[in-house]
Write a protein that binds this ligand. Sequence first.
Ligand code: DC
Length: 211
Amino acid sequence: MSFTVAIDGPAASGKGTIGRAVAERFGFAHLDTGLLYRAVGKRVIEGADPVGAARSLGAEDLEAGGLRTAEVAQAASKVAAIPEVRAALLDFQRAFARRAGGAVLDGRDIGTVICPDADVKLYVIASDEVRARRRLKERLARGEDVGLEEVLADLRARDQRDSARATAPLKPAEDAVLLDTTHLGIDEAVARAIGVIEAALGERGGRTVRE
Ligand code: DC
């Protein structure tokens, strides 16, 4: 039996951390769909054509190092506005969502476009300031020489591009549960997401996803 959890939200809202944690808690598979766009963005920085890169994406591209850099994030956001790039990545994401045993996908358009029938939809947000501080901490930990203003400007540019594009823009699905992590620690945010998923599993009459 499949069970799909769709988690969307802007950059550094906490959706990836929540996605990984709930996948582990319920034994579901997890796909960070941002990695697909980052892998295409990285290939484009290296000189590839975006649509060709998206159509020929392989496991080795997702396992490549260097996908977490700010430069690749901006390139990912740019290629993500190209409809043919999104179309090339659609079937893989939908097949992943339907896998037996349950799946969690996090991204920007999971609840709206990839899995409009997902069993649970979460839309994770946090204030710009809090998101920038989280991302700054990660980047400083990687040894980057960067300040809060630059990180904030990066996030805002990406959110603006991701929200304004014509195809599959960043926005909450009408039936998404909003989770604001501005004042929540990781444990509390994860606990709330688990509560929403448990309620949805309960509505399935107590059957487990593995049946
Ligand atoms: O989640 P992330 O920061 O790794 O995503 C990188 C970029 O990829 C993001 O700025 C927009 C794009 N993206 C998208 O358009 N749709 C998704 N489902 C996931 C990511």
